[in-house]
Each structure stands twice: as structure tokens, then as C-alpha cells.
Design a protein around this ligand. Sequence first.
Ligand code: LLP
Length: 446
Amino acid sequence: MTLDQLIPSLRTSLRAKLAPGVWPAGTALDSDGDLVIAGARMTEVAARFGTPTYVLDEAAFRRQCRQYAATLPGVEICYAGKALLTRAVARWVAEEGLSLDVCSAGELAVARSVGFPAGRIVLHGNAKTPEDLKAALRYPVGRIVIDSFDEIDQLGMLAHDQQVLIRVTPGVDGHTHRAISTGVEDQKFGFSLASGAAAEAVRRVSAQPGLRLVGMHCHIGSQLTRIGMIEEAARRMIGLLALVRDRYGVRLPQLNLGGGHAVRYLPGDDEFDLAGYAARLSGALAYECGRHRLPVPRLAIEPGRALIARAGITLYRVVVVKDVPGVRTFVAVDGGMSDNPRPALYGARYTVALIGRPCSAATRTVTVVGRHCEAGDILAQDVPLPRDVHAGDLLAVACTGAYHQSLASTYNMVGRPPLVAVADGDARLLVRRETEEDLLARDTGM
Ligand code: LLP
């Protein structure tokens, strides 16, 4: 008999606590070891919707939208839909008064299906197809961010009075993973500031009667923790606004500084200092604009991850526990790189908790892996889990609201998980699980 069986009150004190700062605020482990998010029990969610399942705390997302709006008054907050976009999410974004960044006709279709206010939609993309551009002009979206000289001509031929911004590569290194670093010169995105391409783009856009240039855009990368790099990009962008005023007499009222604000995946990760960012940015903009005798432009930002990542978790069921003596213990679950390719793509790390049963066992270091046919199908490397973790256990992975559902694939013909929203103790299905029928439906068999 273990100590906590002899003294039941010890169970609570011995029970693993949730790691701070990575789960939706207010998330708790109850006395049965169940994870409770927004009043909903995750064992019940798993029983009702199966596993793996993405779970989204609606209130946590809305709170974060409000936090951004309150900390950055007067700044247009444009939620980056690539992080996670469903019809419900688009509706929440609209209701919270935010704008929406889309980057394909598909994302635009989601926005359109809920009547998202057109003027608050911004279209992005380094290679927008004719279908993307036509869909945007048809809606019509408020602004299109032009990314190349080809696009100036292509859009110029189609548009009549379309507001546009020019995407600039400011030559600032965001110090993030190479695959999501977009501010440096060797880059498929935007017009280089240093080479003069950005200024040349202003000249060419201004020559297009169907395009109305309203501002500049830059986005130096994702999962950025160094505010100084965003500040430096902002300074350079103000310098560019001054240059195009001086060279072409063009005055641009808008500046969009993109997204990229980091979130915590592990309790020890650096957190993005939003208040510090707001203060430093407004100081830098006021100073640079004063220096160049420019009015401070209307500022927009495009956070995706920072608004939705922490509102989401993923539930998995343990299928197999395999000890490789002297090497490591693998805890294999019923999902994997098809529902979360981020460890394979960016070396991402995660916080994992065993939930759904009281557990006071000491922990040991294990590696949580998926069910796919690759050794690199790892969900969480070297994480502490109770020694007695076994097949049938339920695991929750924190901070999976951004770039999980939206990056998911059907690798190995595994259907994509459902997305379930929790609010006020209830759970409701936003996107259902992909079935074998869904997968077969696209295959003509010919
Ligand atoms: N604006 C633009 C133009 C972007 O390209 C992006 C992200 C954002 C805003 C939003 O960035 P966020 O605030 O979410 O960092 N799949 C990667 C992230 C790719 C980011 C692509 N662009 C990941 O899972 O880490």
C-alpha cells in the first residue's frame, strides 16, 4: 500500500501540479486528476469526442484579444488566421472587433461564410494565385499586401480602387527558427529595403491606376522574444516612409508591423512582454517620426500565435509504453506528426500532463511519440511523466491552439482530429473528426 492510499489527503499534495503559464488561465487538476478547462472535464471531452482531440477555450482566446486591444489602444489588431481559422473562430474575431489576416482564397472563404466585415480583412501571400486575387477583389477585402513586382502588374490589371500595402524586408534578424524567420535579406517574402526594391515598388504601385497605396508592412518572423528587433524594424520602416515622401511625395498613413509575438511552450520559456512592447514601440515611433517630421502612422499588428496558442490543448490516449533499457522509454499515443508536425519542423518542445486518474507516482523522463511511420514522429522529447504511465492513460499537451489544427495532415491516412470548444462547463464541436469516408471521397479510384 502506498503512502497516499493510507492517507488520502496526501493524494492532493503529492499530485503533480500543472506547470505554470502554459495552460489556459484557470485550468485546474481536480481531486480525481481530471483536467478542467473552462469548467469542462477533459475525461468527458475525450469520452464524447474520442482522441486525439484539439480543445479550445473560447474565453481564453477572447480574453487575450481584449488584452491586446487594451494594451495597444488605437492599434489595429489583425488576427493572423493561419494560426487557426474556423467559422467559429472567425466569428469570435469579428465580435471582438479585431481585423483578420488571411492568406488564401480558402481562408477568405471561411471569413466570408460568417460575413466577416470586408474592410477589416487583409490579404497576404508571396505567391497569390489569380484565384486568390479574384476572390479578394470580389469580396472585396479592405487591403491587399503586395509582395512582388509581378503581383503589382497582376493585381493592377484586375483591380479598380483597391487599397494596398507593400511588404518590406527590413533586414532585421528576428533571432528565431530559420524556417520562420522572415526579416532577413535571403528570403522569399517582400521587397528588400536595403536594395532599394521597396522604394521602387512604391513608384510602380503608384503608377497603377487601380491600386491605392495606403501603407507599408513588415513581419520579421514568428515566435519572437526580442522586442528590440521589432523595434529596430519599426525604426527602419519609418525611415522608409520618410524616404518615399521625400523621393516621390507619397505620404503613407498606415504601418503594419506583422505578428510574431512568442508564447511559452515550456514553463521556463521567455514570455513576450506585451506591455514592454507597447511602451517601447510607441516611444520608438514617436522619436523616429519626430526626427523625420512625419505624423505617426496608424499602426496595425498581426498576432496569430500570441492570441490563440495558449487557449488550445490536445488530448491523446496512450496506446503503447515501450522501454528500451538503457536508452529511453517511449510513450506512444494515438496521434502524432499528422496533428502536430511542429517538433519535426521547428524542433518545438511541449509540456505534457497525465490526466484523468489520481496519480501520485514519482515521475521519470520519457519521450512521447506518435503513431506514424517515422522515427522523427516525436511529440514531446524528454518530458517528466508518472512512472506508472500505461496504455489507456489520457495525456494532455499544452499550448496547441496555434499552428496545430491548421498545419495538420492526413499522413498515413489518419483522419484529422476534431476541434472542440469549451466554455462555461460545456463542450461543443467546431470541426468534426475526419473519417475514412472523408479520406476516400477525394480519391476517384480511377
Ligand atoms: N503576419 C504575417 C505576414 C505572417 O506571415 C505571420 C505568420 C503572422 C502575421 C502571424 O505570426 P504569429 O503571430 O502567429 O507568429 N507554422 C509556424 C509559424 C509560421 C508563421 C507564418 N507566418 C509555427 O508553427 O511555428
